[in-house]
Design a protein around this ligand. Structure first.
Ligand SMILES: Cc1cc2nc3c(=O)[nH]c(=O)nc-3n(C[C@H](O)[C@H](O)[C@H](O)COP(=O)(O)O)c2cc1C
Length: 151
């Protein structure tokens, strides 16, 4: 069975809502083991055991959140060369921008040679029902792609 790992940080609640929506969508697809973890709980063994990765972070100070940076720092050299080509995607919650979080995460994960499989979902200010629906769709599409071996 394929495993989809969803790793997120939230300082409040919004990124958690997005990550949970991604997980909900993914769990609606049969045949994929969905693992949802906060950055602080996740480590290299989770990433090494995952066939796909979806990250969720708020934008803080024009950058990815400190906890997401810590997660990526802890996994980077352990996983480098071992996750090449595996699909990944990103959801971001931001007050008014989001591009700093997107760019900084993309730069780091590109260094892991993983393959971006969807455009980032960025929620500005409010996490609306439309945003949550997009997150669910992302999770469902990712899980279906993994289950069918499309990725
Ligand atoms: C310390 C801090 C720094 C922030 N910096 C930015 C920023 O640079 N750009 C932005 O658009 N929003 C910024 N925000 C707003 C958060 O990104 C926004 O409130 C987000 O929805 C929080 O998500 P969360 O509820 O998952 O923590 C910042 C918030 C905090 C607490």
């Amino acid at each position: 069975m394929k495993t989809l790992l969803i790793v997120y940080h939230t300082g409040g609640v919004k990124t958690a809502q997005m990550a949970e929506a991604v997980a909900r969508g993914a769990r609606a697809e049969a045949g994929v083991n969905v693992v949802l973890k906060r950055c602080a709980e996740a480590g290299p063994e989770d990433l090494l055991g995952a066939d796909g990765l979806i990250l969720g972070t708020p934008e803080n100070f024009g950058y990815l959140s400190g906890m997401m940076k810590d997660f990526l720092e802890r996994v980077f050299y352990v996983c480098e060369g071992k996750v090449n080509g595996r699909p990944w995607a990103l959801v971001v919650s931001a007050g008014q921008d989001g591009s700093g979080a997107v760019n900084s995460v993309e730069r780091i994960v590109t260094g892991l040679r993983m393959e971006k499989r969807a455009e980032p979902i960025v929620a500005l200010k409010d996490v609306t029902p439309e945003v949550l629906a997009s997150c669910e769709e992302l999770g469902a599409a990712f899980a279906a792609g993994l289950a069918m071996g499309v990725f």
